[in-house]
Design a protein around this ligand. Structure first.
Ligand SMILES: Cc1cc2nc3c(=O)[nH]c(=O)nc-3n(C[C@H](O)[C@H](O)[C@H](O)COP(=O)(O)OP(=O)(O)OC[C@H]3O[C@@H](n4cnc5c(N)ncnc54)[C@H](O)[C@@H]3O)c2cc1C
Length: 454
């Protein structure tokens, strides 16, 4: 007798998405979160597919709208050979035109709490201050989780499926086998803090993320409210010693060397109230895994893989993989599709989406080229049949998950666009073609896999 159908470790966007979609299918779901929410998290710039796709499918779009987050219409880049900043707007992509052509800049403590509270409302048994410590195995299958509860007691719960959504810092992911592989290329370090009364770009770009490359790396500049701004420097790993020795001095020196950011911060002062009063450092944060699931367990979000944040893809990949895992679990528990077939589809789609961002980022980091080259590269990477600029917009909007084969692509809408369609239209979005030959397709409500009609 299992305690639960599903146990999810981690209450970030990946975990609350996986938990909510499995609870919506009627399953008994336990979610273990080691912190008390609201808790601080980095990753504040979102993509339209998260808001209009996943959050809409979760019934959360209105609530998020009411939360009053800063509207992000696109991104502005001072990048490459062109000394002038250039801007892309999500609305310029035909696939994201209209009411879904924006995302939000969010305080993650608030955004993640909305998602987790929603999961609880949908029936998930959410336990704060419960830390997962290991997976329980029975033969070749993961059958439960060991954890330490809020009172410090060691506990065990069993489930038919376990989802590890515990982010980059936990080691639970090791239970599926294989290994984590750190990117030899994106060996970067981020140093980030918060300012009050920083400048804004002129409308309609005031809510955009600004990414400004400079001699040592690049800065993000993310408006989180009319007064609060998140400012982060991403520099090469080699700078680690200098940065960690004296982060405050290093941060000030980096701002000083990036004229665009320095100018925007001319009249600004550092935020003083928690959680924004601290300067934080993260290093070596791009990695992939050789294995993403094993019988009884799947990895989602940062527990599985993470790629450099310049395209704001982290929360998109976390929520997308949470949905893919939930579809797989729901279908397997319903006895609709064999488990290994479900999770093979999960892994294929997840790797593909991650790979698109990774490959494009590799090109994007070649700072010596210009705007047109990025667009051209996006077209090549995504296999998008349209012009380069359109491919670029779809990629950074989280809507490129189509096959690399152009022949198939012509007939297949991009995955993120499908998510948005499903989020906005619900069942009326209709059937999708399979993403891979012989692969599965989502059910009309988007919560399960089904075999396509042949
Ligand atoms: C410098 C930097 C900048 C970034 N900028 C962006 C951005 O602008 N936009 C974007 O989309 N993404 C960005 N990201 C990525 C983003 O932070 C992550 O991809 C995203 O938070 C992943 O969500 P998740 O649910 O997988 O994990 P998390 O958000 O990390 O959530 C994991 C949860 O699990 C809990 N947990 C950990 N261990 C355990 C345990 N043992 N038991 C139970 N609970 C546990 C944690 O407390 C946490 O609440 C950035 C990342 C970095 C490093």
């Amino acid at each position: 007798m299992n305690d639960y159908d599903v146990i999810v470790a981690g209450g970030g966007p990946g975990g609350s998405t996986a938990a909510a979609f499995t609870a919506m299918d009627g399953h008994r779901v336990l979610l273990l979160e080691k912190e008390t929410f609201p808790r601080y998290q980095i990753g504040e710039s979102l993509l339209p597919a998260t808001i209009h796709g996943i959050c809409a499918m979760l019934g959360l779009r209105q609530e998020i709208q009411r939360a009053g987050f800063v509207v992000k219409r696109g991104g502005t880049f001072r990048w490459g050979a062109d000394p002038e900043p250039w801007t892309f707007a999500f609305a310029a992509s035909p696939r994201m035109a209209g009411p879904t052509s924006f995302a939000y800049q969010v305080e993650r403590s608030r955004f993640d709490t909305l998602l987790l509270d929603n999961a609880r409302r949908l029936g998930v048994d959410v336990r704060h201050r419960h830390r997962a410590t290991g997976a329980i195995r029975d033969g070749g299958r993961v059958v439960g989780v060991r954890y330490v509860d809020h009172a410090g007691r060691e506990q065990v719960s069993t489930a038919r499926f376990v989802v590890d959504a515990s982010g980059h810092g936990s080691r639970l992911h090791e239970a599926v086998g294989g290994r984590r592989e750190y990117s030899p290329y994106f060996r970067n370090l981020a140093l980030f803090g918060y300012f009050l009364d920083g400048g804004r770009m002129p409308d309609p770009n005031a809510g955009n993320i600004l990414c400004a490359a400079f001699s040592d790396g690049w800065f993000w500049y993310i408006p989180l409210s009319a007064t609060l701004t998140s400012v982060g420097a991403v520099v090469r790993h080699e700078a680690a010693a200098a940065v960690q020795g004296d982060p405050e001095t290093a941060y000030a020196a980096l701002i000083d060397r990036c004229p665009l950011i320095k100018d925007l911060l001319r009249d600004a002062r550092r935020a003083e109230d928690p959680p924004y009063d601290r300067l934080r450092v993260r290093k070596d944060y791009s990695y992939d895994r050789t294995v993403l699931w094993c019988p009884g367990m799947a990895l989602v979000g940062d527990a599985a893989c993470f790629i450099d944040p310049v395209f704001s893809s982290g929360v998109h990949l976390a929520t997308y993989s949470g949905l893919l895992a939930a579809r797989s679990i729901n279908s397997a528990l319903a006895g609709l599709v064999p488990e290994d077939r479900c999770f093979t589809e999960f892994e294929a789609r997840y790797r593909r989406e991650f790979g698109l961002f990774r490959d494009f980022l590799l090109a994007f980091y070649r700072l010596d080229t210009d705007e047109q080259s990025y667009y051209g590269q996006a077209s090549q990477v995504s296999g998008h049949p349209g012009a380069g600029r359109e491919a670029f917009l779809d990629l950074v909007g989280g809507v490129t998950a189509s096959d690399f084969s152009r022949r198939i692509l012509d007939d297949v809408l991009a995955e993120g666009a499908e998510l948005q369609l499903r989020g906005v239209l619900g069942d009326a979005a209709g059937d999708e073609p399979p993403m891979f030959p012989g692969g599965l397709i989502p059910s009309p409500d988007g919560r399960r896999w089904v075999e396509p009609d042949v």
